[in-house]
Ligand binder design. Sequence first.
Ligand code: SAM
Length: 315
Amino acid sequence: MDPAAARGRRFGHRRVSAALSTGFQVPSHRRELDRPGNRTANIHVSTCYSFSVVSLGSRREEWVPGGVSVREAITSVARVAKRDGLLGLAKRTRDHWADARECREFLRSVKRARPAGPEQVVEMAFSSPAIRPFQVKSEILGLAQRVSALRPRTLLEIGTAEGGTLFILAQCADPHATFISLDLPAGTFGGGYPTWRGAIYKKLTRPEQTLHLIRGNSHEAGSMEGVRNLLAGSPLDVLFIDGDHSYDGVKRDFELYSPLVRPGGLVALHDIARHPADVGCEVDRFWVETRGGFRNEELVENPDQGGKGIGVLWV
Ligand SMILES: C[S@@+](CC[C@H](N)C(=O)[O-])C[C@H]1O[C@@H](n2cnc3c(N)ncnc32)[C@H](O)[C@@H]1O
């Protein structure tokens, strides 16, 4: 039995996870994705939350891969302290703390005045450094308007990072939509976002929506399988590809996941505008090769902006 399953058995599938705010590499338990009925008790012990318990419950919710046991969290802290020293650890904790404070303020502002319509949603996303999208405002507004008109019930985002586009797309989707986010696990070797942000992302969606966070490499079979399991035969309405920007990377994402999109749905690719050669982003090359096969739109504020730009393919 794999260790994750053993832990699940020990807690009778009531898993207690403690997510320290340090964002260290933790083993992902992607196999547990197959058990959406897991009763999960999540205790997010976070220095970002002044060591307060921010969530304790045995709610019926899917397991968020990337959660860590207390033992794993302590091991991670020890590993970073050894690598970067106590000063490095303290600095990292301080940065996460500041980040968490901004996230909390943003969530409060959303709660105070839920945005209505794509324009307000985009304005709100750009108003906070906590989740600021890696996008040109007019371009993501164009996508938000199209998504809003489509009212998707199933969405997949590859590349969530700080959650800016997750927030925008979810707010523009059907109020009961299912949103799947796929991003690399955070940690020593890079990745999308620290573990504790997963709890924040749940709150970036609308109250009746379901968010699944898969933390894995989109090109790996396990990630693809995770997406398929979560969709359980339903097609995707919207696929947003903003992950690996190499030519082979974006091509692979497109080949793997675009067949899951229903006819009439849309696939959006970020970074289709021409980049300087030394940047290493080759989405523009893939876009030029691919767009002809579909009804397509280019949302590019300025063709000479040297990157960004969103390409929309109507499948
Ligand atoms: C440009 S950021 C996404 C920005 C986000 N969509 C926004 O606009 O706010 C790219 C993200 O893709 C993730 N990524 C890169 N390669 C990936 C892969 N092979 N599988 C999953 N995620 C990947 C990175 O970890 C990073 O978080």
